[in-house]
Design a protein around this ligand. Sequence first.
Ligand SMILES: *Cc1c(COP(=O)(O)O)cnc(C)c1O
Length: 376
Amino acid sequence: MKEAKASKLTQSVHVGSFGDPLFGGVVTPIYPSAAYDYETEVRYPRYYNTPNQKAVVEKLAALENGETGLVFSSGMAAIMTSIFAMVRSGDHILFQNDLYGGTHHAALHELERYGIEHSMVDVSDLKTFEKGIRKNTKVIYVETPSNPLLKITDLAGVSKIARKHGIVTIIDNTFASPVNQNPIDFGIDIVTHSGTKYIGGHSDICCGAMVSSKKLTEQIKQSALHFGGSLDAQSCYLVERSLKTIVLRVRQQNLNALAIAKFLESESAVTKVYYPGLKNHPGHSIAKKQMPGGFGGMLSFEIKGDPHKFIKKLKYIKRAISLGGVESTITSPVLTSHAKLTAAERKLVGISDKLVRFSVGIEETVDLINDIKQAL
Ligand SMILES: *Cc1c(COP(=O)(O)O)cnc(C)c1O
């Protein structure tokens, strides 16, 4: 009989963490060596095969229902290495049109220089999206929920189209975290993360990761060792430690975000709330299907008043870029994540000057709601 697969909570604590073989300590030791005996395996940090890198990858691959993966020194290293490993000059990449600002900017200003074509198409209508496929399309790249409007992309729908045309799919799964959404279950080939967010979870590590099949991971690894964005042992140890609480953290963030989204909906000073857990969100039914763990800790809303004054009045909720930490943070996308887009580009994806993006932390729900109440 096949052994029952452990639940995510148990996996997050145990998978990949191998303990101390010398003294019997319960946690994975930190192995900082950059030089190893080569008799059995040629180990080297930039070959992505040191003990601490492997511990992180095993845990993450288990949580993502993938075979294996690689851990990187940033989310962008994971994303760009995964993309570059799949294409060559003359190929085309089809992106969904609302993307993390850094990825959007990289597509415009990096890929072009290498002769890699791209286009960005609204993915809310799959038929229109499919029409964006060209003869030379080699990669479809999606992000769901998207930043900052929490739009939902139908993963099963996208992967079905991609398979029909023999195209590799890559997702940025940062916003959902591996706790809430496992794109591989819906046919997506390569999952990428900015580990700086929910995986690190404490706003103190910059890292990234990709998870996929052994075959595609090997292909990405061949590029990764040229680009060199590997993660050091100390950081790997912190990531592994963080992953042990990711399920607990994200569960509380899911719970808080849903309660806050419902509260904001009932507030007259709030004109719009974007949260996939709300029944009136256009992606709600798809989100319910593909995010079995919960709707995530990210939400956005527009207010009647001045968003900068509102943000300044908050006590617990800190004005800060980045997201996914245990502490609640809030930003104005116009000034931060999407500052590099022109006003016209922002308008095209629906980002208003009145928009605030909220990364909900693990604090007590009522304290966060009271904080928002007094600031509004
Ligand atoms: C932060 C972020 C990235 C980039 O990750 P870094 O770790 O900053 O390189 C990519 N995608 C999303 C959705 C992000 O939030």
